[in-house]
Design a protein around this ligand. Structure first.
Ligand code: AMP
Length: 217
């Protein structure tokens, strides 16, 4: 299966991707995670991406397309789940071309729908462990000891782009540049809309229900 998970920042893509890859054995390819790794390692790509990421804007298409088409080549036969990529219509067109060159295509797109007020609250309350990557929320998913990761006792941090100003910009960028992708895929493929303004476990069940039905057909 080759799937894209679409949704605004904070729609729960990361959480649901973890659920999906465990259940269906797909490779999770998150453009944001790959970029953050590149930054942490101080690579040239990471340095180029830094200022765009910190302002909440998008990293230029040519950088992202090269990075992600390379990552996709390492996917297992079971397939992959794209998270955060594509994010512009141009990226989607280039992805489709690259897949077609290898006689592949995207099977379907899952579109997580949540309104802006909800995601803004979710993201600004998000805290993560710099060591193991576990994600918490200051109200909805508290660690056992405030500000400390349950897994390894490391102090939790806020992603630099999870602050209110940057989040407002990320949402603006999403509506202007990424939302048109939904129409692109409605015209060129199959999109399943899912109401993601619910508890994560409920969203997971909705996704599994949909995917199990698709696997059976
Ligand atoms: P994310 O973790 O998916 O929210 O991504 C964090 C940041 O990485 C975004 O705000 C962008 O600056 C950058 N980024 C991630 N994926 C892409 C993409 N497909 N195109 C351009 N920029 C991206």
């Amino acid at each position: 299966m080759r799937i894209i998970l679409l949704g605004a920042p904070g729609a729960g893509k990361g959480t649901q991707c973890k659920n999906i890859v465990v259940q269906y054995g797909l490779l999770h390819l998150s453009s944001g995670d790959i970029l953050r790794q590149e930054r942490a390692q101080g690579t040239e790509l990471g340095q180029k991406a830094q200022s765009y990421m910190d302002s909440g804007g998008l990293v230029p298409d040519e950088i992202i397309i090269e990075m992600m088409t390379k990552a996709i080549k390492g996917a297992p036969a079971a397939g992959f789940l794209l998270d955060g990529f594509p994010r512009t219509v141009n990226q989607a067109v280039e992805l489709d071309k690259s897949l077609a060159d290898n006689e592949m295509m995207i099977d379907f797109v899952l579109n997580l729908q949540v309104n802006d007020d909800v995601v803004a609250k979710r993201i600004t309350g998000r805290r993560s462990c710099p060591e193991c990557g576990a994600v918490y929320h200051i109200e909805h998913l508290k660690p056992k000891a405030e500000g400390i990761c349950d897994n390894d006792g490391i102090e939790l941090v806020q992603r630099p782009d999870d602050t209110p100003d940057v989040v407002a910009n990320r949402l603006k960028t999403y509506h202007q540049q990424t939302e048109p992708l939904v129409d692109y895929y409605r015209k060129n493929g199959t999109v399943y809309d899912l109401d993601a303004d619910r508890a994560p476990d409920e969203v997971r069940d909705l996704i599994f229900e949909k995917m199990d039905a698709l696997v059976r057909t």
